[in-house]
Design a protein around this ligand. Structure first.
Ligand code: ASP
Length: 290
């Protein structure tokens, strides 16, 4: 039974797209990539810190991180601090499929993308009016904007393949070259064909210290449901850092039965499509009780 899930309310069209492709028998990876690209390449949704229209770094350059992982062993590709490309997940997919490496960053990632036929755009085309205005405001006040979003998607196809992908322009006005949790396996995403997949969103500089997505997979392997596993990981991290220091973290997960779940330290919305009734639900996850 196919299933799809995505982080935040703005994942709705992507989850819908994945559902429409998966129910026709399309593969998990292709469905996810196509759905992701539509959001990445839409400057309106850039305000949620993804792809075109995403917030730039402190030098005004939009630098994106993206990664994709299939459930099968060693099927992972990622790019980080990549600029000039509105669909970074497609480049991450090429890294997975065509290169002998797993993670390419900065200029090297751009050179690879160019070799693979991607057009590198001028930075001004990656900015929207919204993100340009936000940057001007940042320059004026020199205040950093707290806010994080990553589009994280998980797709399970009718053939039993599971894929997880993430894409983000990262922390607004970040230090050039800053890389978040999203392109790091186990941190921003993880998938295992015997267990399921997970994706994270939130404060990447903190998230990457805890490998939450790998932890969720380990717990699901031990028999916990996706929801129980996400909650347990969140609880574990909160316990480690202390409630007063807990940072923004939302996690979604899916097992190989297509069951989904989430946990979050803040109010968090996620979208789920299930093949059974071919419907999409937008679910609101309250901050977990610690
Ligand atoms: N985790 C991402 C990062 O820190 C952003 C987010 O999901 O809010 O780059």
């Amino acid at each position: 039974m196919a299933a799809a899930v995505g982080t935040w309310a703005f994942s709705m069209p992507a989850v819908r797209k994945m559902g429409s492709l998966l129910k026709k028998g399309a593969g998990a990876t292709d469905s996810l990539q196509e759905a992701m690209a539509e959001i990445e390449n839409n400057e309106e949704t850039g305000q949620y810190l993804v792809g075109r229209g995403g917030y730039p770094n402190k030098d005004g350059l939009v630098q994106c991180d993206a990664a994709i992982m299939e459930g099968l062993p060693s099927r992972f590709g990622a790019v980080a601090a990549l600029h000039g490309i509105a669909t970074p997940l497609a480049v991450a997919r090429k890294v997975m499929d065509k290169s002998s490496h797993s993670l390419l960053v900065g200029k090297g990632a751009m050179a690879f993308a160019k070799e693979e036929g991607f057009v590198i755009e001028e930075n001004e085309h990656m900015l929207s009016k919204h993100s340009t205005d936000a940057y001007q405001e940042y320059l004026g006040k020199k205040a950093s904007l707290h806010g994080h979003d990553t589009l994280g998607l998980i797709a399970l196809d009718v053939h039993g393949n599971i894929t997880v992908g993430v894409s983000t322009s990262g922390s607004p006005f970040k230090y050039p070259g800053r890389v978040g949790d999203s392109p790091l396996p186990g941190c921003g995403l993880y998938a295992d064909y015997q267990v399921g997949a997970a994706a994270a969103t939130g404060e990447g500089d903190k998230i990457m210290c805890f490998c939450p997505c790998f932890h969720v997979i380990l717990l699901m392997k031990q028999g916990l449901s996706p929801k129980e596993a996400c909650e347990s990981v969140l609880k574990h991290i909160t316990y480690q850092v202390g409630l007063e220091n807990m940072f923004e973290l939302g996690i979604i997960a899916m097992n190989m039965k297509g069951e989904t779940g989430a946990a979050s330290s803040v109010q968090f919305t996620y979208c789920v499509w299930s093949q059974e009734n071919d419907s999409i639900e937008q679910l609101i996850q309250s901050p977990s009780q610690q």
